[in-house]
Design a protein around this ligand. Structure first.
Ligand code: ADP
Length: 187
């Protein structure tokens, strides 16, 4: 049974009490979205996905398709790799979005965006986005600090190292490593 809102009951509202999805049985689903370009997904991304999945009922990992043409992998290839490496996570869903992320959130009853922070340099931009997304549609942003093992890791760096023959096998999941080798193999 669902009562009045936390605010009308005089309690401080906590995350997940508004804008949550509803299950067929009338329960609620705490759903968050983890957006990125994932070109390709790295162990740093995967670390955030697994940790976010432990904290929420459902995590939508979404590939932003707006700037897709500039990537090494197509959006469909990125989605396929994400699906493969999250197969063991039953509450993770993989999708893509176009346009504004907050619109995707509204359409899928998602109350918050998860972002990974590697360093202070990530923070300024992310703070601005978070405030704008709250202003637009009251979508919250939750920051998770990077695992120190991966705080130096970004997809562009992985691609650059792999392109020049460096070993990136410990930086990306196995299926991604194989795809990188194939894509960057000399013609
Ligand atoms: P990049 O191309 O920089 O790897 P994405 O646009 O795909 O990144 O990143 C999606 C999200 O994942 C962002 O919130 C970004 O800060 C976060 N992220 C990227 N790499 C890491 C990492 N190594 N550890 C934690 N979070 C990360």
């Amino acid at each position: 049974m669902r009562g009045g809102s936390a605010v009308t009951e005089g309690r401080v509202p906590v995350f997940g009490e508004t804008a949550v999805g509803e299950t067929a049985a009338g329960g609620t689903v705490r759903r968050v979205v983890y957006p990125g370009s994932f070109d390709p997904v790295t162990n740093g991304h995967l670390d955030i996905i697994v940790r976010a999945a432990r904290l929420h009922d459902e995590v939508f990992v979404v590939v932003g398709a707006n700037l897709a043409k500039e990537g090494l992998f197509s959006v469909d290839e990125r989605l396929a790799m994400l699906r493969e490496v999250t197969r063991g996570q039953p509450n993770v869903r993989v999708d893509k979005f176009r346009g504004l992320l907050v619109e995707f959130c509204k359409a899928h009853h998602i109350s918050a965006i998860v972002k990974g922070l590697r360093a202070v340099s990530d923070f300024e931009y992310e703070m601005e986005m978070a405030q704008m997304n709250y202003r637009l549609e009251e979508i919250e942003t939750l920051f998770m600090t990077a695992n120190p093992l991966y705080s130096f890791l970004r997809s562009s760096l992985v691609k650059e190292i792999a392109r020049y023959g460096g070993d990136v096998s410990s930086l990306v999941p196995e299926p991604v490593f194989k795809q990188l080798q194939e894509r960057l193999a000399a013609p």
